[in-house]
Design a binder for this molecule. Structure first.
Ligand code: SF4
Length: 275
């Protein structure tokens, strides 16, 4: 059996910087004798959450019930109200929001008729919706919340499936709702998808290292299926499915929140065929 690595996979710049900032915040909190927190999940990866927990960083949803300390803002960002609540309660903010999402929050704030297109339960959309109260469109049915005659400007969830976005925009065109997209899916996500298209040409099956909670990892696994390849989303070496090991050439990629060590461990497990 042969394992082919994708030419683009794993931690993006935003996630790598966020993990570094969180570990630096933990070290600083330790020196100052303060607790260190992260607001929600820093990224959608149980491996990263375990690493942060081992460094003494506690995950919290808000300031209530927690003594002030250093709070790291998660990669997907938080709303202005929650940020203010942390500051009003004496927390020191270490902002690990990805620059791509800071840009999208600015686009949202400065638009005249903004909407969000994405999954209203995803932390990225929750964070953006907390910066400005706007309609969130998650599927074509949600277009009933918009009115014809208004030129809407859409900020789009960076990890939204291209299929979902296309179906929403096509339906908007059909019912006469004008939507201009302000941003595109982030470059790191686009690079991983383009590399997967190439990888799928050479591989019999695709393994994506990433959590099921990670939208960009799920999107990679779904893209592999749309390209006609069996695909497997793998969150740990222990969860490598035996069905994957039946293939001769396995293409290996990973979502933007999968740490290098985890990817290497999954690769070893596949190559050793160690069930
Ligand atoms: S995948 Fe894109 S938007 Fe998400 S953290 Fe990475 S660079 Fe930022």
């Amino acid at each position: 059996m042969k394992v082919l690595m994708s030419s683009s996979y794993g931690f993006c710049g935003g996630v790598r910087a966020a993990v570094r900032k969180a570990l630096e915040a933990a070290a600083r909190a330790n020196v100052l004798g303060l607790p260190c927190y992260v607001s929600g999940s820093l990224v959608h990866s149980s491996a990263v959450s375990a690493m942060l927990s081992a460094a003494g960083i506690k995950q919290i949803d808000g300031p209530d019930g927690n003594p002030p300390g250093i709070v790291v803002i998660r990669t997907h960002g938080i709303g202005d109200g929650l940020r203010k609540a942390f500051m009003d309660n004496g927390f020191i903010i270490e902002d690990a929001t990805c620059p791509v999402l800071l840009r999208n929050a600015e686009l949202l704030r400065s638009s005249s008729n903004p909407i969000l297109i994405g999954d209203s339960r995803h932390s990225e959309i929750i964070g953006l919706a907390g910066c400005r109260d706007v309609p969130v469109i998650g599927c074509a049915d949600d277009l009933c919340r918009l009115s014809p005659g208004i030129d809407y400007e859409a900020v789009i969830q960076t990890t939204l499936s291209a299929v979902t976005l296309e179906s929403i925009l096509a339906e908007a065109g059909r019912v006469g709702i004008s939507i201009r997209c302000l941003n595109s899916i982030c470059q790191a996500s686009a690079d991983r998808r383009e590399a997967l298209v190439q990888l799928a040409l050479e591989a019999d099956a695709i393994a994506v290292v990433g959590d099921s909670a990670s939208a960009n990892s799920r999107e990679l696994a779904e893209l592999a299926k749309r390209l006609g390849k069996p695909s497997f989303l793998i969150s740990s070496p222990e969860s490598v499915p035996s069905a994957l090991l039946e293939y001769d050439t396995i293409g290996l990629t990973a979502g933007a929140s999968a740490p290098d060590e985890l990817i290497a461990a999954v690769k070893r497990r596949i190559e050793n065929n160690d069930r």
